[in-house]
Write a protein that binds this ligand. Structure first.
Ligand code: FAD
Length: 471
């Protein structure tokens, strides 16, 4: 590989673009990052609610995978873990403890039984899982169908659906098991999941998650102060091969008078839809594949309350325990999750102390919106807040009026990994590999969680560097 310094343009200032830019700058290249909006971070974003800056996008990262926590530490940030990890499920009209599971697949039948999550019939069906032969899977299968086949529909509807819904805002019977929960496929192909349960690490267990004091939104802020140039308000509208086929020319800014920028290499760290548009001329086969990746829109509603109006109530109703709850679609509610941020993160609780004329505040958040539901985008802020309050009232009896609220919409915020996603990504990468100096990364490829996105960015930085320098 030629080690000469090259001019690399990274398009998209989310966690993927920032990570790729950081790697490329560290390798000695001249890196320019172009971000369309007025700030970097993408889905990692903080906003003040009642005077406290809290995350209004991603608020945690998996700790079990190393890429996210390693990056945060390398950026000089302290890595912390949630103060409480126990979550609940709102099923069969009550908040019930979330049993030990792998993305909703029960790993402990006794715990499942005592949680009350399943009906007697549902539990009896789940108990029959060890009698089933190992799965012989030809091609892909959805997570929901695979689990229903082994444990019955109720496990899919009450357990898998809310857990997958929390991560992908998608529907478990449409999401690829091979792409979203490959371990599940591997275990099912070997035999009974319950019989292998001892070897399966559960989805919610300490210290599965990590965060950063002050919020995950601090991570992009820390990365952007690195040794590369960041331009915000710079929408990339076109990408074409450079003159005489060497390198690239990017069209940046207003469509009427775009600026033309030359680059030896380009990393596209944008979501699937804009990436598809940008690839049209340089890698049409990859563009066509990415145009087929659908996405779900979600909204995050943050609510700040007087602590005195919330804490005694949660103590009484939930024994002061728990980081929040997940809600399956079958519950017929508007929200799909509630996070008691003040309980989950010590820094949120501390930041709320004596904030309102000496009074303590607590912050909670809800999320709404699933794949193919327009509600998260189309409903007014007041409706999203009203629905959140109504569901919180039904779930935990909370009737206080918030002192402040914030609604963050994430239009098309979560790519959907449909059946065959892994093959699609392989075809995208094969088409991109035929264009020297071009690489892609981000949530559309190898996982939507922060560590997977960071891993895709490290890979893209390596692939972009493999290009020979422009003419
Ligand atoms: C509400 C929500 C909560 C989440 N919670 C978690 C969580 O707790 N833990 C977790 O691990 N993951 C979570 N995720 C997933 C995770 O946050 C995302 O998958 C990840 O941050 C995506 O990073 P990215 O860099 O690929 O894309 P993005 O963050 O979408 O960044 C892409 C950037 O590209 C820019 N852009 C787009 N088009 C152009 C263009 N033409 N020119 C220039 N710039 C452009 C965009 O403005 C954006 O800033 C959550 C996601 C959402 C939506």
């Amino acid at each position: 590989m030629d080690r000469a310094q090259r001019r690399v343009v990274v398009v998209g200032g989310g966690i993927a673009g920032l990570t790729a830019a950081r790697d490329l700058a560290a390798a000695g290249h001249d890196v320019l990052l172009l971000e369309a909006t007025d700030r970097v971070g993408g889905k990692l974003r903080r906003h003040e609610v009642a005077g406290v800056a809290v995350d209004v996008g991603a608020e945690a990262m998996l700790n079990r995978r190393p890429e996210g926590v390693t990056l945060a530490a390398a950026a000089g940030l302290e890595v912390i873990h949630p103060a409480v990890v126990s979550s609940r499920l709102w099923v069969r009209d009550a908040l019930r403890p979330l049993p030990r599971s792998l993305m909703g697949v029960p790993l402990d039948l006794d715990q499942l039984a005592s949680s009350g999550v399943l009906s007697a019939d549902g539990l009896a069906r789940a108990r029959r899982e060890p009698e089933l032969a190992a799965e012989v899977l030809d091609g892909d299968v959805s997570v929901g169908d695979l689990v229903a086949r082994r444990f019955g529909d109720e496990v899919t509807d009450s357990l898998v659906e809310p857990l997958l819904g929390g991560v992908y805002a998608g529907r478990s019977r449409e999401i690829s098991a091979r792409a979203a929960v490959p371990q599940l496929v591997a275990y099912a192909e070997r035999g009974s999941l319950l019989e292998q349960a001892g070897a399966i690490p559960p989805s919610y267990d300490r210290p599965v998650f990590a965060g950063v004091p002050g919020g995950m939104g601090r991570l992009p802020e820390a990365l952007a102060s690195g040794s590369f140039v960041v331009r915000t308000g710079a929408t990339v509208r076109g990408l074409r091969p450079g003159p005489d086929g060497a390198g690239f020319v990017l069209a940046v800014g207003p469509t009427t008078a775009p600026e033309q920028l030359r680059a030896d290499a380009v990393v596209l760290a944008t979501p699937a839809a804009p990436t598809a548009r940008l690839l049209g001329e340089v890698a049409p086969a990859a563009a066509a594949e990415l145009a087929g990746v659908e996405s779900a829109s979600v909204a995050v509603v943050t609510l700040a309350f007087r602590a005195a109006e919330v804490l005694p109530l949660l103590e009484e109703r939930l024994g002061g325990q728990g980081s929040g709850f997940l809600v399956p679609p079958t519950a017929g509610r508007r929200i799909k999750a509630a996070t008691f941020s003040f309980a989950k993160w010590a820094w949120v609780r501390d930041a709320g102390r004596r904030t309102l004329d000496g009074e303590d505040l607590v912050h909670l958040r809800t999320s709404l919106g699933r794949h193919r539901e327009a509600v998260a985008l189309q409903a007014a802020d007041e409706e999203l807040v009203g629905w959140s309050l109504a569901d919180l009232a039904d779930a935990v009896g909370l009737s206080a009026t918030p002192v402040d609220t914030h609604v963050q919409r994430w239009g098309g915020g979560l790519p959907q990994y449909a059946l065959g996603h892994l093959d699609r990504v392989a075809r995208v990468r094969a088409a991109i590999a035929r264009v020297p100096g071009l690489a892609v990364c981000g949530a559309a490829y190898d996982g939507v969680g922060i560590p997977a996105v960071v891993a895709s960015a490290h890979r893209a930085a390596r692939e972009a560097l493999d290009a020979p320098p422009a003419g």
